[in-house]
Design a protein around this ligand. Structure first.
Ligand code: ATP
Ligand code: MG
Length: 335
């Protein structure tokens, strides 16, 4: 990592348009990252962290940064409830959750383990088990069309092409006996049947790999030959195969070091810019939320307890649970 990158990273927490707490979180996150790299002694970063701690920021936040407020809502979830039933017992794992997603917006769904993040996101494209094991109620509108309760045949047209998933844990999602390229090609076969020749599909595999920052020559590598970060990138390439409008990234940085986490976040940001894609980022890490999310929805035991623009939620968390999650982010300041 070069000094130019260091400078650009540190700019984010020196940007005084961001609320102080947001910059504080970014600052702590940057510090952690540089402690794990050779650049740890970089004078640039430490100088800026020093300035930050000395109170260089004003703490004022002029723009609310939520440019998506008036944009078309591509996804609208109203009163989503998910119940799982087994041996006569029912667990209400998602209760009356509502949220909206604008075109090009990054929405973070945040919550502790078991709070219902994965289940609520999988309900969007009908990925949960069928009744009677699982019952999904509420309304899900994709570009104004109710998609909850659609037949499997219709849902298949939505999965991958309109809503694509990067599933939690790439190691168990990638098939160890096929090359990464073959798995991306399979996703292309499923979602882009127009690409009929093997050659055109291979070319597309190369393009997708390049787009996520992997050399196309590595298409013939097996998943175990990839690092965790590269596996995550390969999963993102597979998800992009169908040119989705919404990308759901379920904990895309679990088990990655802080530097690679940042690279994956940068990749998501670049994809959003390039493709005007909306992103649902599922995480429990407010450090990542502060880096890229426009809006946050906080889940606690299957219920939404808070929602708002990222800066507002971080600066003025209203719910006790959000405050507790924010308290988990390391602080550099001692006061
Ligand atoms: N197929 C299933 N059958 C029964 N219960 C389930 C099933 N899938 C999830 N659950 C339960 O639903 C609840 C929410 O699970 P979910 O996977 O959405 O949590 P999460 O917020 O994504 O957690 P994590 O951060 O650990 O991934 C959990 O209590 C889980 O045990
Ligand atoms: Mg999960």
């Amino acid at each position: 990592m070069g000094t130019t990158h260091l400078a650009s990273c540190s700019k984010s927490f020196m940007d005084t348009r961001r609320p102080r707490r947001v910059r504080e979180i970014l600052c702590a996150e940057t510090f952690l990252r540089f402690r794990t790299t050779r650049d740890a002694s970089s004078p640039t970063v430490f100088h800026e962290i020093f300035l930050f701690n000395a109170g260089a920021g004003t703490g004022n936040f002029a723009g609310k940064m939520n440019v998506f407020e008036n944009r078309e809502k591509i996804l609208r979830v109203c009163g989503l409830c998910v119940d799982f039933s087994s041996r006569g017992r029912t667990a209400h794992v998602v209760r009356d959750v509502s949220f909206e997603l604008a075109r090009g917006e990054i929405l973070a769904i945040v919550g502790e383990s078991g709070s219902g993040k994965t289940v609520s996101s999988q309900a969007l494209a009908g990925l949960l088990p069928d009744a009677p094991a699982c019952a999904v109620r509420g309304e899900i509108f994709l570009r104004g069309r109710q998609i909850l309760g659609l037949r499997e045949r219709d849902l298949r047209k939505i999965r991958g092409r309109e809503i694509a998933y990067v599933f939690q844990d790439p190691q168990s999602s990638l098939n160890p006996v096929y090359t990464v390229g073959a798995q991306i090609e399979e996703a292309i076969c499923t979602h882009v049947p127009e690409l009929k020749t093997a050659r055109s599909r291979r070319e597309r595999v190369g393009e997708l790999l390049r787009e996520v920052g992997i050399a196309p020559e590595l298409a013939d590598a097996f998943p175990h030959e990839f690092s965790g970060g590269m596996q995550q990138r390969a999963m993102i390439a597979m998800a992009l195969a169908g040119e989705p409008e919404i990308l759901v990234a379920d904990e895309p940085t679990t088990a990655l070091d802080v530097t690679t986490q940042r690279q994956i976040m940068d990749l998501l940001l670049a994809l959003r810019e390039r493709r005007s894609m909306s992103v649902i980022l599922i995480t429990h890490n407010f450090g990542l939320v502060a880096q890229i999310a426009d809006r946050v929805c906080v889940l606690f035991r299957g219920e939404k307890v808070e929602e708002g623009a990222t800066c507002d939620v971080i600066e003025n968390p209203r719910h006790e649970y959000t405050r507790a999650l924010l308290a988990c982010v390391p602080r550099l300041r001692t006061e």
